[in-house]
Design a protein around this ligand. Structure first.
Ligand code: FE2
Length: 278
């Protein structure tokens, strides 16, 4: 199985910029690259914060861009999103039966489980999993085929990353999530958004992946309590799931500098490798 992860697209209404950049233009560039270079993927999954202010016009702009994507899309909620506005434009968005944007899909290589960690009532942007959502997770893990991995996708990390400004708005109730894992099974990988930084590691033995946004980034800053923004280039991730491995590539899709052969002696000695670009 192969798929691409995008996160934190933060679309705004057409004609607006966000922190001096155009989130739609960046997403269009990602879609163009994915269509060109990943013609055999099963899906593109977007791990939340689809629209910066959660407005209908921003979701409409998002839909127009995703309509160009050849692969099917799976959408998750982030703390900037609003379910009602999302469903106005994406009426087929996942619904677990309680109105939450979450689902489980069983592929031959893995089960793909998405959770809606958004608390629309929260003023802090922190995440929360209520009893309805935990019950869905319980059922989904109980029914997932035992012969293949479970890949869990959710917007909010359930643990501290060491970035104090974002740790304050992580998932508020990680112990409830963990209790379901302990009762049923632990997912084999957790993929998240929210942080706008590339971070990998493990939580209680479960490997995890967090990646850059397609829009603005969060600066590497281990001290500030305010969220520090940055304009580092965005990434998307390309994931290969095989019987013995899960491999994640992060690609800075807006990089427009040279590429060259590492064993090319002329390139090694060049004062300016741009001239040797292939
Ligand atoms: Fe975000």
């Amino acid at each position: 199985m192969k798929f691409v992860i995008l996160t934190d697209t933060h679309l705004v209404a057409p004609g607006r910029l966000l922190y001096g950049l155009d989130p739609a233009e960046r997403l269009r560039a990602a879609v163009r690259t994915i269509n060109r270079d990943h013609t055999d993927i099963d899906f593109v999954i977007v791990t939340g914060d689809l629209a910066h202010w959660g407005e209908v016009a921003a979701y409409a702009a998002l839909k127009e861009i995703f309509d160009e994507l050849v692969a099917p899309t799976i959408l998750l909620m982030g703390n900037h999103d609003r379910r009602r506005a999302l469903r106005q434009i994406f009426p087929d968005a996942d619904d677990d039966g309680s109105g939450y944007v979450q689902a489980v899909r069983h592929f031959d290589a893995a089960s793909v489980l998405t959770l809606d960690t958004v608390d629309e009532e929260s003023r802090t942007h922190a995440g929360f999993l209520c009893a309805h959502r935990l019950a869905f997770l319980d059922r989904a893990l109980a029914e997932a085929p035992a012969d293949r991995p479970v890949l869990l996708f959710q917007h909010h990390p359930p643990f501290d990353t060491g970035l104090p400004h974002l740790d304050r708005i992580r998932l508020r109730n990680p112990e409830n999530l963990w209790a379901v894992f302990e009762k049923r099974r632990r997912p084999d990988y957790i993929f998240m958004g929210h942080v706008h930084r590339p971070i990998a590691g493990s939580w209680r033995g479960i490997p995890f992946h967090i990646q850059r946004a397609t829009s603005h980034q969060v600066a590497f800053d281990l001290a500030s309590t305010e969220i520090p923004g940055s304009l580092e280039l965005p990434d998307y991730s390309f994931v290969r799931v095989e019987p013995q491995s899960i491999v994640i590539h992060q690609r800075p899709f807006l990089y427009d500098g040279p590429t060259f052969w590492l064993h090319d002696k002329a390139a090694q000695d060049a004062a300016n490798v741009s001239a040797l670009a292939h």
